[in-house]
Design a binder for this molecule. Structure first.
Ligand SMILES: N[C@@H](CCC(=O)N[C@@H](CS)C(=O)NCC(=O)O)C(=O)O
Length: 219
């Protein structure tokens, strides 16, 4: 059985795993799985009702960080984590900062930034403080030389490529300031967009965004 990546191509966490699989040259299939009230059945496969999840020959794995580790362990060709244990831990540390202290914080702004909703002033001020702290922490770990963790493309890039641009967009549009201004995220994004994996993910995201818009249009 081929590995199956389940979720939808607008999801940043889905795209993180897709970039990893494409970069490693692992054969995989994709299954379109929506989340939310339109698909309550998702809970039968993903306990928190979230995507992405992976269908493997032995069963399902949810949570993208765990899926990413499974992929690295199962497909050791083209490794995306350094062999050295300390450097591998530093790479995972960077991913944790990107997801826990940046993405998860900025996510509270997405309803207003991307989905036509409104975020309260209280939430904005709370996010502004936490995000400023997260960016200060992240800034101490990133290298951008030219990859986020140094001179090799790693798992941390799969994460940075998908999370940083949307966190910056949400921050600028909802908070009215760019807390990431001191980091070379635009240049980094341009460089990463030259990769075939990223081009494929971006093209598929566009198609999926259109499908999502038509699905959500009132009849
Ligand atoms: N910690 C999760 C986060 C995944 C996540 O938040 N996925 C979003 C789509 S980008 C989702 O499924 N949201 C639906 C929900 O939270 O109910 C992971 O790394 O897999």
């Amino acid at each position: 059985m081929t590995l199956k990546l389940c979720g939808f191509a607008v999801s940043n966490y889905y795209n993180k795993l897709k970039i990893q699989l494409l970069e490693k040259g692992v054969a995989f299939e994709e299954e379109l799985v929506w989340v939310g009230p339109s698909n309550p059945a998702v809970y039968e496969r993903s306990p928190m009702g979230k995507v992405p999840f992976l269908e493997t020959p032995q069963g399902i794995i949810s949570e993208s960080a765990v899926c990413a580790e499974y992929i690295e362990d199962t497909y050791p060709d083209h490794p995306l984590l350094p062999k050295d244990h300390f450097l591998a831990a530093k790479n995972r540390e960077l991913i944790q900062y990107l997801e826990l202290h940046i993405e998860l914080v900025a996510r509270e702004l997405y309803p207003q930034a991307f989905f036509g909703g409104q975020v309260s002033d209280g939430t904005k001020e709370r996010v502004r403080k936490s995000l400023a702290k997260g960016v200060a922490g992240l800034s101490k770990l990133v290298k951008f030389s030219p990859y986020i963790a140094g001179d090799q493309f790693t798992l941390a890039d799969c994460s940075a490529i998908v999370h940083l641009p949307i966190a910056v967009m949400a921050c600028k549009s909802v908070l009215g300031e760019d807390l990431f201004a001191a980091l070379p995220i635009k240049e980094y994004g341009k460089q990463m967009a030259e990769r075939a994996s990223v081009q494929k993910v971006n093209a598929d995201r566009k198609v999926n965004a259109e499908l999502m818009a038509s699905k959500n249009k009132p009849a």
